[in-house]
Design a protein around this ligand. Sequence first.
Ligand code: LIP
Length: 275
Amino acid sequence: NPQRLIRCIGYSAITCFDQVVREALLEDRMVMVKSSSVDLVTQTDQKVEQLIIQSVKEKFPTHRFIGEESVAAGEPCVLSDEPTWIIDPIDGTTNFVHRFPFVAVSIGFSVNKQVEFGVVYSCLEDKMFTARRGRGSFCNGDPLQVSDQKAIKQSIIATEFGSDRDPEVVDKIFSSLRNILCIPVHGIRSAGTAAINMCLVASGCVEAYYEIGMHVWDLAAASLIVSEAGGVLMDVEGGPFDLMSRRVIAANNRTIAERISGEIQAYAPARDDAA
Ligand code: LIP
């Protein structure tokens, strides 16, 4: 029963991983770097990912995995038609390192390259967001619905600055931000985690979130949570959303998504499934 499985995965995220993350927040964290000096990882990321993979493997030994830290350690990042668990053990690692209070465990499950269910557990807010394809989205069991705001000028838009410090990329990020801010919109927000930004769209607290540069493990679970809450997903240039492209607009409706896409200075980082 997939509904029970979602609950099961969600509750083990709460009990086991929450404990690991909360305890680690009180201790000194050993910070390591990955693709650049601002792309951080800690032993807690690695420990939580191993815990999740081990517990899933016990029940489903043939299933595949795409895990942020396994990929960083050299595992392939391939989204096939096989049942695949897509895991971000700590979304918001930089927040975690600085004790900025938004971190999430994100677990998506895909079959035939389609996300079938997703769980995002926002550890410090104690909010468990869940979605199953065709069955709606929930936060701690209460149904979620995106905002019904139609006017972008009365919207809040979430985005992130990512970890790419190439000046040309940073110029594009700021140019997009300037264009959107000057529409004008009511405000711009950054939670510091893609998964929580998307859950904020699903909850109706912000109208949209866009970013270029995050990864499939940041997006997989939350993409279903947004669409099952009535939202839309789109590529930053207006085409169909592609889980492996590292580009997304998640919005409460198509009009707002298209307006944002018209303001973004698009660029294409290396895909998650690039060889
Ligand atoms: C991070 C995201 C953040 C984004 C970063 C990064 P991590 O994930 O959630 O919003 O801007 O590029 O991908 O590394 O904390 O799991």
